[in-house]
Design a protein around this ligand. Structure first.
Ligand SMILES: [Mg+2]
Length: 295
């Protein structure tokens, strides 16, 4: 037999829910669409500027950060899109620019490395922020932390430090906690980011959002619509900036805790989508020509 109180509560809740839908239909639909829309619903246009995170977005993760490289198919796709967007394609990664250059050779793309701490514009000019002095003080302690297990890797990127625990994920919580503790006295200078199987310590002076913002003030990005695809919490600053410009933010994977307005399930889906861009761009341009000739 149904409990009358529970039945009454359900009915009241249903009424409230339908009232909310009636009262705020636009807002409800808007929020729902923003949280769940697949990037496949977007139609690439020739005035887009494409910003790409690398690991977990266009390249699969490997056990060690050194075991990752761009294959011929990805290089070809990037080359075609570069031409179609008149060079407005940039990498925005936590890796250093030198590493990214070797991974994507022979391309030498506009690139933001170390989460925006270093940035190479399309004209080749290099922009870096000052290395925080506090990192030198932390290096020895982080090295001790990393040597606690042979499976934990300390990656010294100069302007940033990363502790990878992909080979021993059960140490993750312990590492996060200890790093937060060590960085606590330097929070005015440093920022801790917990990514996928990695904890990074970097300067507060730049992030992926500021890197994309700076690219957007320069040729060939200026005046275009920014589109950023990333997969991790470290990409959230980029999503927030792109949203502020009414661009398109795309998070890869199933996280719901994100500012990104569009999603794709995984790396292979990103590659498939990018591979379809030339065809979609052709369709957009033919439609624009038809509309123009109808006038
Ligand atoms: Mg990533």
């Amino acid at each position: 037999m149904r409990d009358p109180d529970i039945a009454g509560l359900r009915a009241a809740n249903q009424m409230r829910y339908s009232y909310a839908l009636r009262s705020y239909p636009t807002r409800q639909t808007f929020v729902f669409a923003m949280r769940t829309a697949s990037a496949l619903a977007l139609t690439p246009a020739p005035d887009w500027a494409l910003f790409l995170d690398v690991d977990g977005t266009i390249l699969h993760f490997r056990d060690s950060p050194d075991g990752v490289e761009a294959g011929e198919n990805l290089l070809n796709i990037l080359e075609v899109i570069l031409t179609r967007l008149e060079g407005a394609v940039a990498l925005v990664s936590g890796r250093g620019i030198n590493t990214l250059d070797s991974m994507f050779a022979p391309h030498r793309l506009p690139t933001a490395g170390l989460h925006g701490l270093e940035r190479r514009s399309a004209d080749g000019s290099l922009h870096t922020v000052e290395e925080p002095a506090a990192l030198d003080k932390l290096r020895p302690q982080l090295l001790i932390l990393a040597t606690a297990s042979t499976k934990v890797i300390l990656e010294d990127k100069g302007h940033a430090l990363a502790i990878h625990y992909r080979l021993e994920p059960e140490l993750g919580e312990q590492i996060k906690h200890r790093v937060e503790e060590l960085v606590q006295p330097f929070l005015s200078e440093l920022h801790v980011m917990h990514g996928k199987m990695v904890t990074e310590i970097k300067s507060r002076l730049a992030d992926k959002g500021s890197a994309i913002r700076d690219f957007m003030t320069e040729a060939p990005f200026k005046g275009r619509l920014p589109v950023f695809i990333g997969d991790d919490t470290t990409d959230e600053d980029g999503f927030a900036f792109v949203n502020s410009q009414n661009g398109y933010s795309v998070r890869v994977g199933d996280s719901t805790d994100t500012a990104a307005r569009y999603t794709l399930p995984g790396v292979d889906d990103v590659i498939d989508w990018l591979e379809s861009w030339p065809r979609l761009l052709d369709a957009t341009q033919s439609a624009a020509k038809r509309t123009g000739s109808d006038r």
